[in-house]
Design a protein around this ligand. Structure first.
Ligand SMILES: NC(=O)c1ccc[n+]([C@@H]2O[C@H](COP(=O)([O-])OP(=O)(O)OC[C@H]3O[C@@H](n4cnc5c(N)ncnc54)[C@H](OP(=O)(O)O)[C@@H]3O)[C@@H](O)[C@H]2O)c1
Length: 184
């Protein structure tokens, strides 16, 4: 039984969040409007402690989460690179715990001045440690004949669940190439 952190999981990742909560003793659900969220399932909802806080206020955000750490499992989806914030979250993962970090299609693009991408920086930094398991999900797109589409929420959550159950350093959901065929 685990204590789980769910960050940014009230939208496209809600099915993956439900899967995580089902296997957890308790879960901390963090987003700006976390207390408005429900799984519409009393058993799952009963295990949740919602925290309304924005990751844009890093100090308040980390202060709120630290009270509930360490986390045996964390499922995170946040937009900005926020290297320092992500590193602080790493410090809240329990020894031998698991961090499933979901990132968008652009997270593998080089930064300005040829700086390594946020996805690569994270993979390299966390590949060097053995305190906890790091499992990255990169959201790609789907090629369908001559056209393409973004992933469905079900496909996105399925990838996150796969990383919870059988973690690998990086899982690309869908494809990232050819990049020029991504949906516009
Ligand atoms: N490559 C791809 O296929 C790809 C990649 C990315 C997105 N998408 C698509 O784009 C759509 C929209 O993406 P989305 O990012 O809006 O995802 P989302 O999963 O619908 O919602 C974003 C999540 O992050 C939380 N959040 C947002 N800003 C926050 C903040 N400042 N602090 C704390 N939590 C915050 C939101 O909750 P609160 O509002 O309560 O804060 C929510 O839980 C998705 O439905 C998905 O289909 C596709």
């Amino acid at each position: 039984m685990t204590t789980t952190l769910l960050l940014g999981t009230t939208g496209m990742l809600s099915a993956a969040a439900a899967h995580a909560v089902a296997r957890s003793k308790k879960a901390v659900l963090v987003s700006r409007n976390a207390d408005a969220f429900s799984f519409n399932n009393d058993v799952l909802d009963h295990k949740i402690t919602p925290i309304n806080v924005s990751y844009d206020d890093e100090a308040a955000f980390l202060d709120a989460l630290e009270r509930h750490a360490p986390f045996d499992l964390a499922l995170t989806w946040l937009h900005p690179p926020a290297d320092i914030l992500r590193a602080a979250l790493d410090g809240m993962i329990a020894p031998q715990g698991r961090l499933v970090e979901v990132m968008g299609s652009r997270s593998l693009l080089l930064g300005k001045d040829g700086e390594a991408s946020i996805a690569e920086r994270r993979a390299q930094a966390l590949g060097l440690q053995d305190e906890f398991t790091y499992a990255q999900v990169i959201l790609g797109f789907m090629l369908e004949g001559a056209s393409s589409r973004w992933l469905t929420h079900a496909e996105i959550s399925a990838a996150a669940i796969a990383q919870m159950e059988h973690p690998q350093p990086r899982l690309v959901a869908g494809v990232l190439e050819p990049w020029e065929r991504r949906p516009k």
